[in-house]
Design a protein around this ligand. Structure first.
Ligand SMILES: Cc1ncc(COP(=O)(O)O)c(C=O)c1O
Length: 392
């Protein structure tokens, strides 16, 4: 086996390597092209000058500009200084034009809030990044309020405890940090997303080398209105998470992502999981509920699925509808696929969608009603100030 000493010199020890990269912020070439290392190093750079394919043409409504596309620099990877890497992160972010804007981020690593998307990063040695040892939650931002923040906060703390993640601050401090982050963002409509992780340290499987747990939070502006159109769902073929993992909101959402992709491949909005006993479970980021022909609201119980804050709110509102005589009753219990498919109404419920009517499940057209989903949605939007929301 080669000893460490016989290995080629590290690149920055190589006398032929330019220790001080040329000053440039947007240039594509940090290491001079045509530079060839001989003898001392592993690397040989023998490329020609800038190739046309390394520039990406960005077209906006009123201009066309060529911007460097750093992602395709694979054959002559530059060595960057910290400020050059940050400059490139800034360029990368400036050229991302998605529907959502990231307005502010808090990180316990730098102990503050930034509004610069280039700085909204997480250390690669965080146990959440390389081992999935993290939990998260959200809260919708509506009209200057954080919708049911306390319920979501209770849930992330429960998830953290189940994932054996210590919390970096007490509950009240976390709450204060989250509110301050939204306040700094000036966001009025969108969502707050936050993570508790075992924190950075090393790349071991055990978190014992993680120095201290971390809290991250991001404010996402999303101006698209809640859509109330009826949607199609399919039955998921992706294995459902076992109850221990389905009842906590950990960052391990690969099954949820694959389930969503499976739905999209079939022109559906979501794929519905059945639990280990074949009962209806939940969607990849929403709960489900039904209104039977007898006007009862039926919802799967929460022992094998995520206890949705929106679904729990629906249950409270449903009690009111029972008192008003609009519903006959409310049942939270195992629901069979047969019962679900013959219901009058099926709805998906979650903070990202509020309440959305389902009009088709696999080949089955579901009922003909959208009455209760519209009613729950209207109640949630109109009575949202009746309940405890955090004022930003
Ligand atoms: C798996 C799963 N089920 C249900 C929900 C709905 O929960 P909530 O209403 O709290 O958003 C979510 C939300 O993200 C989820 O990920």
């Amino acid at each position: 086996m080669a000893s460490l000493l016989s290995l080629p010199k590290l690149i920055w020890q190589n006398p032929h390597f330019p220790t001080k990269p040329a000053a440039h912020s947007h240039s594509l070439n940090v290491i001079p092209r045509n530079h060839s290392f001989s003898g001392h190093g592993l690397l040989h750079f023998q490329h020609g000058s800038l190739r046309a394919r390394e520039m990406r043409v960005i077209r906006s409504s009123n201009q066309t500009e060529a911007v460097p596309d750093y992602s395709i620099q694979v054959s002559d990877v530059p060595l960057l200084t910290c400020s050059e890497a940050i400059e490139r992160l800034k360029t990368y972010r400036e050229n991302q034009h998605g529907k959502q804007q990231f307005l502010a981020m808090y990180s316990s690593i730098f102990g503050g809030i930034t509004t610069d998307p280039a700085a909204m990063v997480i250390p690669i040695d965080d146990h959440m990044v390389h081992r999935g040892h993290g939990v998260f939650d959200t809260a919708a931002i509506k009209d200057g309020y954080l919708y049911e923040l306390d319920q979501h906060l209770d849930r992330i703390l429960r998830s953290a405890s189940m994932a054996k993640i210590d919390i970096p601050f007490d509950r009240e401090s976390i709450r204060r940090i989250l509110i301050q982050t939204v306040s700094a963002s000036k966001c009025k409509t969108g969502s707050l997303r936050y993570w508790l992780s075992a924190g950075p340290g090393d790349f071991q499987l055990s978190p014992s080398g993680c120095h201290q747990p971390a809290l991250y939070a991001i404010v996402i502006q999303d101006l698209s209105p809640f859509n109330s159109k009826g949607i199609k769902v399919v039955t998921s073929s992706i294995p459902v998470k076992p109850p221990q993992f389905a009842t906590m909101k950990s960052v391990n959402y690969l099954p949820n992502v694959l389930s969503k992709m499976e739905a999209e491949e079939q022109d559906a909005f979501a794929a519905i999981w059945l639990d280990g006993d074949g009962f209806i479970a939940e969607g990849p980021n929403m709960n489900v509920a039904f209104v039977t022909k007898e006007k009862e609201l039926v919802m799967p119980q929460f022992d094998k699925i995520l206890s949705g804050c929106t679904a729990r709110r629906v249950l409270v509102l449903a009690e009111g509808l029972v008192r008003d005589g609009k519903l006959r009753g409310v049942r939270v219990e195992n629901v069979t696929v047969e019962e679900g498919k013959k219901a009058d109404e099926m709805m998906l419920i979650g903070s990202g969608i509020l309440v959305r009517p389902v009009v088709q499940w696999d080949e089955q057209v579901i009922g003909d009603g959208k009455n209760f989903s519209a009613l729950f949605r209207a109640l949630m939007l109109s009575r949202h100030k009746d309940i405890q929301h955090a004022r930003i």
